[in-house]
Design a protein around this ligand. Structure first.
Ligand code: SF4
Length: 293
């Protein structure tokens, strides 16, 4: 029995999205680097192994530091991340006498292969994506600039003379939501005589996005916490999906949680980008669950 007028405080309910966190490609990359380090391997990762600062710090503790130029490698091994690299980087590593630990995701390699095939067949290539993203750099860095375009906005698609190309093949950066670029691709299709679309959106990203949408629309959920690295494009995208329906906050870890966000909440939704390790998600959940409502 409780005294009259004494409010009963109960822990916050936390609801995880049905799909969230590490995709298979990142999980495998993470494992490969950890196994390498556990066997005493000394290496340097070109760019972040995944876009998550906690993972980068963990790798550095294991003795595998992050570098941004092949010339900066002092260790015997260079690690290529799940996003992949231009093929010429493999040659550059070989020329420097480095061993390569290649953690490129197999879906990224599929796109490299399909793009090469399309080039041989005479297609002009279009990559829908961010020209600064390492995955897109991996596809395009070694190509003749006259053989491809990188497009992400309809204004760009409308200014290019697509009629100059007999056949066009469209590839999407794996982590994009194809629906959001439909107008861009349709602008190309209206202007070019033959356009073929490659099926290159990664199912893992889409599954996390679909599950985030379901979570955001769940009437029981009051607030959503999205966990991921500052530079992770797919995490930012999950946050954008969530905040369309609910107050949503992006955090890198439990230390970023502001209790003021939860002041009126009874149920907190939780999701995470595909580069967020399980232990970070567990830490955030523990902190949220300890909040009383
Ligand atoms: S998001 Fe998809 S393509 Fe990218 S690393 Fe993960 S599994 Fe591979």
């Amino acid at each position: 029995m409780f005294a009259a007028g004494v409010a009963l405080r109960v822990p916050m309910k936390v609801k995880r999205a049905a799909k969230y966190g590490f995709c298979s490609g990142v999980r495998i990359a993470d494992l490969k680097v950890k196994r390498f380090a556990a066997k005493g391997g000394r290496g340097a990762i070109l760019g972040q192994v995944v876009h998550n600062e906690r993972v980068v710090e963990e790798m550095e503790r294991l003795g595998v530091r992050t570098i941004h130029d092949i010339a900066a490698v002092e260790e015997p091994t260079i690690v290529f991340s799940a996003h992949g690299v231009p093929p010429s980087f493999h040659d550059a590593a070989k020329d420097r006498g480095l061993d390569v630990l290649d953690t490129t995701c197999k879906f990224v390699y599929d796109i490299h292969r399909e793009a090469n095939k399309a080039l041989v067949e005479g297609y002009h290539l279009v990559f829908i994506g961010d020209p600064k993203h390492r995955e897109v750099i991996g596809y395009t860095h070694d190509l003749d600039p006259s053989r491809y375009h990188i497009v992400s906005k309809i204004t760009e698609a409308e200014t290019i003379d697509w009629s100059a190309y007999e056949r066009v093949m469209v590839f999407y950066q794996t982590t994009l939501n194809a629906d959001e670029f439909e107008d861009v691709v349709q602008a190309i299709e209206r202007r070019a005589s033959r356009v073929q679309r490659g099926d290159t959106i990664c199912y893992a990203t889409k599954e996390n996005q679909d599950a985030a949408r379901v979570l955001a629309e769940d009437p029981e959920v009051d607030v959503i916490i999205v966990i991921g690295g500052k530079k992770s494009a797919n995490t930012k995208h999950l946050w954008e999906i969530c905040r369309e329906a609910k107050p949503a906050y992006l955090v890198q870890g439990a230390e970023d949680i502001d209790r003021a966000w939860l002041a009126d909440a009874s149920v907190v939704g939780l999701t995470a980008g595909s580069s967020t390790p399980d232990y970070v998600i567990d830490e955030v959940e523990q902190v949220l669950a300890a909040v009383e409502r």
